[in-house]
Design a protein around this ligand. Structure first.
Ligand SMILES: NC(=O)c1ccc[n+]([C@@H]2O[C@H](COP(=O)([O-])OP(=O)(O)OC[C@H]3O[C@@H](n4cnc5c(N)ncnc54)[C@H](O)[C@@H]3O)[C@@H](O)[C@H]2O)c1
Length: 292
C-alpha cells in the first residue's frame, strides 16, 4: 500500500509513537495528515511542525472512546482533505502497576474504553468512509507485544486490552472488502511519555493517578519512536498483517504456542479429541443452500 500523495489520519498523534507516525507519513510523501488527539495543544504542535516542513496537516481534538465524537471528526477530515487512504488507530493508555486482584472496575472500564472501544470506533468511523470512497486503503491499529502474551505482572488490564485489539484486527481483516487492508503493530518498550497516561484519567474512571516511576524508568530504556514509525510504514507498504518491531517478543509468542500445542496434544490423546465442532465449518454447512 503506497501512501504517497494520499491522506493519512492518526489518533494519539500528539505525542510518542503517534507523533512519530505523523512525521514519517510526511517523510513518505503523504498529501495531508490529520493529527487527532485528546490533547489539542499537543496535536497542534505536531500539525504545525509537519505543516512547517511542507506537508499540509490539521489538528483535531477528540476522545477516541467517544464514538459519536470520532464519527464527527472523521467526517470533518474527509471534508477538509479527502477520505484517508491510511488510518492509524494508535491512541492508547496504560495505568498504575497493580496486581489484578487489587484493581478496580472503574480502571478496567477506562482502559477498555480508550484502548478497545477507541480502536474499534476509529477503524469503524474511518473504515466505513474508506470503503465508500472506493479507493485502495489501509487501516493500522497499534497493538503491542502484550497482544502476544507478555505476562508482565501488574499490567493485567493493559494486557487484556491489547489482546482484544489484536482480536479486533484479526476478525476485521476477514470482513473488509478486497480494496481495504489492515495491519496490527506489535511494539515492545518504546521511549515515550506513556507512563503519564494515568495523570489524565477522567474523574468518572477514578480520577488522575501519579506517574509510575518504575514504568517511566522502563520506558526510558525503550526503542526510539522514529524507528517504530519506520517499521510501521514499511510493514504497511509490504501489506503485512502483523508488524513486529522488537525481536525479543517472539519468545513470549513461542511460549503461548507451546502452551496451546500442549493442550491439543492432551486433547488428541482423550476420547473427545476426534469430534469436530468447528464453528467456521458448521456455519458454512448451515449457510449452504438446502441445509435447513
Ligand atoms: N510506549 C510503549 O512502550 C508502547 C509499547 C507498545 C504499544 N504502545 C501503544 O502505542 C500507542 C501510543 O502510545 P505512546 O507510547 O506513544 O504513548 P503517549 O502517551 O506518548 O501517546 C499517546 C497519545 O494518545 C493520546 N490519548 C490518550 N488517550 C486518548 C483518548 N482517549 N483519545 C484520544 N487521544 C488519546 C495522548 O494524549 C497522547 O498524545 C498506545 O496505543 C500504546 O498502548 C506503546
Amino acid at each position: 500500500m503506497n501512501i504517497e500523495r494520499r491522506v493519512v489520519a492518526i489518533t494519539g498523534a500528539g505525542n510518542g509513537i503517534g507523533a512519530a507516525l505523523a512525521r514519517e507519513a510526511a517523510n513518505r510523501g503523504a498529501a495531508a495528515i490529520a493529527v487527532i488527539d485528546l490533547d489539542l495543544d499537543a496535536a497542534r504542535r505536531v500539525a504545525n511542525e509537519v505543516s512547517a516542513a511542507g506537508t499540509p496537516a490539521q489538528s483535531y481534538q477528540c476522545d477516541v472512546a467517544d464514538s459519536d465524537a470520532l464519527d464527527e471528526v472523521a467526517g470533518r477530515v474527509v471534508s477538509d482533505f479527502d477520505a484517508p487512504a491510511l488510518v492509524r488507530a494508535n491512541a492508547g493508555v496504560g495505568s498504575e502497576v497493580k496486581p489484578l486482584l487489587a484493581e478496580s472496575p472503574a480502571n478496567l472500564k477506562w482502559i477498555l474504553s480508550v484502548n478497545v472501544v477507541g480502536a474499534w470506533a476509529t477503524l469503524s468511523a474511518f473504515g466505513r468512509r474508506m470503503i465508500a470512497a472506493e479507493e485502495p486503503g489501509w487501516l493500522l491499529v497499534t497493538a503491542s507485544e502484550h497482544s502476544l502474551g507478555v505476562p508482565f505482572p501488574g499490567n493485567g488490564f493493559y494486557t487484556m486490552s491489547k489482546h482484544a485489539v489484536l482480536a479486533l484486527a484479526d476478525v476485521m481483516r476477514h470482513e473488509l472488502p478486497p480494496h481495504v487492508g489492515i495491519s496490527a503493530l506489535l511494539p515492545g518498550l518504546v521511549a515515550t511519555a506513556f507512563s503519564r497516561s494515568t495523570t489524565r484519567r477522567p474523574a468518572e474512571f477514578g480520577g488522575p493517578g501519579a506517574e509510575n516511576e518504575t514504568a517511566r524508568a522502563l520506558l526510558a530504556q525503550g526503542m526510539d519512536p522514529a524507528i517504530v514509525a519506520r517499521a510501521a510504514f514499511d510493514g504497511v507498504h509490504a501489506e503485512e498483517f502483523l508488524i513486529a518491531t522488537h525481536a525479543h517478543a517472539r519468545r513470549y509468542w513461542q511460549q503461548r504456542c507451546t502452551d496451546i500445542d500442549q493442550a491439543f496434544t492432551v486433547l488428541a490423546e482423550g476420547e473427545i479429541g476426534s469430534v469436530s465442532y468447528d464453528v467456521m465449518e458448521i456455519a458454512a454447512r448451515l449457510a449452504a443452500p438446502g441445509s435447513q
